[in-house]
Design a protein around this ligand. Structure first.
Ligand SMILES: [Zn+2]
Length: 195
């Protein structure tokens, strides 16, 4: 799924008002599996590499493919989760590590059913097995056009849940932006298609 949906999903399940440290761990955990992709994107822009080469070649080869695999490893986050839970018995704030790991695992669970050719080796380093779903979150050749609408629906529902829970103006402003990001492109292109 798209990064913003991962953040909204993790926040809707784990975030609580008035708990900034916990909520930061939730957001970082939801973002971290996609970190390698953003690093590659920014680096390629600085290095002036054409976008087509980035997503057809660099993304599928080391070191970028390795970085993506590490960031999407369920065993790694389960290990961090266990360390966080154990350590929190002696040092309470270590529970944040566990929260971070759960948010990352939610990201992996949400990605599993919607990746085809770009499926991740979620069991690395135990196995290189990849689940190739019939549904892609983006590729129209694998129902991506339908899932884009489904994802927008999920994202808007999650935004409404968070809107009701959080009253801070800046949080609500971000949620409005998220809804606009889901509705904007289809409305924009839909309108232009009518003209
Ligand atoms: Zn992802």
């Amino acid at each position: 799924m798209n990064t913003q949906t991962h953040v909204l999903l993790a926040a809707a399940i784990l975030a609580k008002p008035g708990k900034p440290a916990r909520n930061t761990a939730v957001i970082v955990g939801a973002l971290v599996p996609d970190l390698a992709i953003y690093t590659l994107f920014i680096w390629s822009k600085i290095a002036g590499i054409p976008e087509r080469r980035v997503w057809s070649e660099l993304y599928y080869n080391p070191p970028w493919s390795d970085a993506v695999t590490v960031g999407n490893s369920a065993p790694l986050y389960i290990l961090i989760l266990l360390i966080g839970l154990l350590a929190s018995k002696w040092y309470r704030p270590a529970i944040l590590l566990a929260v971070f790991a759960i948010a990352a695992l939610l990201h992996l669970a949400a990605d599993l059913p919607v990746h085809v050719d770009d499926a991740h080796a979620h069991l690395w380093p135990l196995s290189d097995w990849r689940f190739r779903s019939p549904v892609s979150y983006w590729n129209p050749n694998h129902n991506g056009d339908i899932f884009t609408i489904v994802e927008a629906g999920i994202g808007i529902v999650l935004s409404i849940i968070l809107w009701r829970r959080f009253h801070a103006l800046w949080v609500r402003a971000l949620l409005v932006l998220a809804i606009v990001a889901y509705l904007g492109p289809p409305l924009y292109f839909g309108l232009f298609a009518q003209l």
